[in-house]
Design a protein around this ligand. Structure first.
Ligand code: NAP
Length: 263
């Protein structure tokens, strides 16, 4: 049994994770942390009371519940400190919160190695999204003209999404650096061409009704190819989160990306 604690437990993803962990026979839910402390997690996810109360202080929660794994779905401003606390207590962070900087990832890697405790980060826990990224990388070898449109719910804090940046990075591995579009193009309104990552334009849509969606559009002579993935609800992320909880203890240092856990 893997002992799991959830940080951001009262949030949209946190509640889904509580449910998924509760239902998996190889995982044991031992604690939950959120700013909105005090509720029994049974009340949060609509099951009978469990005796596990959401706590406000992560250190106290870790010391009392002794988890093996801390699943984090909080906020970009909080996740780094949570990961550091977990690693210093030899608890493996499984991080879904997006928005970590490269510097923070490097520090998490160092801390994981120093404490001999693996850490795992997935910009996207949906297996279909990983396949979309892999297929985009393959397509970019033959169709290097590409732009990315990512669409998310309007409460999302960071833009572009971690998945869009991850997709651009994977495409950059196989595509020569180039600027997309007309070399003389100009924006009549600032931002019209979206974010520019090494010449790949990324457009971020934020609207109520969306969960997490992405299109990677390739253009060629007389043809376009669109690779699209849709997470239609938060259940789409749960098989990936459960897999990461089970596999993280067998990893070394910091591992980034669900593709690295697929057999
Ligand atoms: P959410 O509904 O806002 O949930 C975040 C929860 O964390 C809220 O209850 C929030 O409380 C709480 N929180 C804030 N500060 C905290 C702290 N210091 N300690 C513990 N809890 C704290 O957000 P969400 O939609 O669940 O998304 C959470 C993160 O996951 C976002 O970064 C999102 O981009 C990411 N995400 C990743 C994936 C993936 O596959 N990797 C998929 C979906 C979402 P307040 O409301 O009071 O701030």
């Amino acid at each position: 049994m893997v002992r799991v604690m959830v940080s951001g437990a009262c949030g949209k993803m946190g509640r889904s994770v509580l449910n998924a962990v509760q239902q998996d026979p190889q995982l044991e839910l031992v604690g939950a942390v959120d700013l909105h402390a005090g509720s029994d997690i049974g009340d949060l996810i609509g099951i009978p009371k469990t005796g596990i109360t959401v706590q406000a202080d992560l250190v106290e929660a870790i010391v009392s519940a002794k988890p093996d794994v801390l699943v984090d779905f909080t906020k970009p401003s909080v996740v780094f400190s949570n990961a550091c606390i977990a690693l210093k207590h030899r608890v493996s962070p499984v991080i879904g919160t997006t928005g970590l900087s490269d510097e923070h990832k490097a520090e998490i890697k160092n801390l994981a190695e120093e404490n001999n405790t693996a850490a795992f980060i997935a910009p996207n826990f949906a297996i279909g999204a990983i396949l979309m990224m892999k297929m985009a990388k393959e397509a970019a070898k033959y169709m290097p003209h590409v732009e990315i449109i990512e669409l998310h719910h309007d409460n999302k804090l960071d833009a572009p999404s971690g998945t869009a940046l991850g997709t651009a990075d994977m495409i950059r591995e196989v595509r020569k650096s180039m600027q997309q579009g007309n070399p003389d193009e100009f924006e009549k309104v600032a931002g019209a061409r979206g974010a520019n990552v090494d010449g790949i334009h990324i457009h971020s849509v934020r609207l109520p009704g969306y969960v997490a969606h992405q299109e990677v559009i390739f253009g060629g002579l007389g043809q376009t190819l669109t690779i699209r993935h849709d997470s239609i609800n938060r259940d789409s992320f749960m098989p990936g989160v459960v897999m990461a909880c089970k596999k993280v203890k067998g990893l070394q240092g910091l591992v980034i990306g669900l593709e690295n856990l697929l057999d």
